[in-house]
Ligand binder design. Structure first.
Ligand code: ADP
Ligand code: 5GP
Length: 211
């Protein structure tokens, strides 16, 4: 039996570096799957349907909600975003790790529904650096950046509710920290239970009176 995979939540304010960190770690750990969310926002830059997101209309998104196809969903910056339920549990039970890049509302929902999920909050080194990075990304209009910065002040209040915190100062260091967290999660007792049992069975199993 393969070990059960880890559900890894990466969350934090817009511009904190969630996408950059996810891309870095997916490159270094190819066995980690990225959960492609549904969204009603329009594609940005070079985004492709089915790769960064699955782009759907509001009507299609509402149908997904009603048909219980989403493990969680939230309205973020005026658009709907949601995690597809399909595939997620299949992958986890096949021993594959699944990484979610989701906002703080979605992260709270998943932490409640899946207490075994590993949650990681990404903080930028400072408010000013967050502003510089959002401006440097050159994907959002000025008023959108101001809105995201305003919401960031509220979102960062949540950081203490997470299992881990990464300060995304130097990108390579931050990617290494994320990689270390994922590798560590693979060694948790719950993740290793099945392989431990099969190894212990070769010793004749556990003694009933010595649990
Ligand atoms: P998020 O996915 O959290 O919204 P991004 O990953 O898109 O954030 O990062 C926002 C911008 O900051 C991008 O242009 C990205 O290339 C840049 N960036 C991310 N991490 C760093 C870093 N450690 N140092 C410098 N720039 C960074
Ligand atoms: P962006 O539009 O910049 O790609 O993403 C905006 C925000 O939506 C980010 O904080 C991102 O983490 C979040 N997000 C992306 N997918 C999901 C999802 O499936 N569920 C939730 N709750 N948030 C998501």
């Amino acid at each position: 039996m393969p070990r059960r995979g880890s559900l890894i939540i990466v969350s934090g304010p817009s511009g904190a570096g969630k996408s950059a960190l996810a891309a870095g770690v997916l490159h270094r750990l190819p066995a980690v799957n990225f959960s492609v969310s549904f969204t009603t926002r329009a594609p940005r830059g070079n985004e492709r349907d089915g790769v960064e997101y699955r782009f759907v209309s509001r009507e299609e998104f509402e149908t997904l909600i009603l048909s219980n196809a989403l493990l969680e969903w939230a309205e973020v910056y005026g658009n709907y975003y949601g995690t597809a339920r399909a595939c997620l549990d299949d992958r986890l039970s096949q021993g594959e790790d699944v990484l979610l890049d989701i906002d703080v509302q979605g992260a709270r929902t998943i932490r409640q529904k899946r207490p075994d999920a590993v949650s990681i909050f990404i903080l930028p080194p400072s408010y000013e650096i967050l502003r510089t990075r959002l401006e440097g990304r050159m994907l959002d209009k000025d008023y959108v950046i101001e809105q995201r910065l305003r919401i960031a002040r509220r979102e960062i209040q949540q950081y203490r509710n997470y299992d881990y915190l990464i300060v995304n100062d130097e990108l390579n260091n931050a990617v290494e920290e994320l990689e270390a967290i994922i590798l560590g999660s693979r060694c948790r007792m719950a993740s290793r239970a099945e392989s431990a049992e099969s190894i212990v069975a070769t010793f004749g199993g556990l003694d009933a009176e010595d649990p």
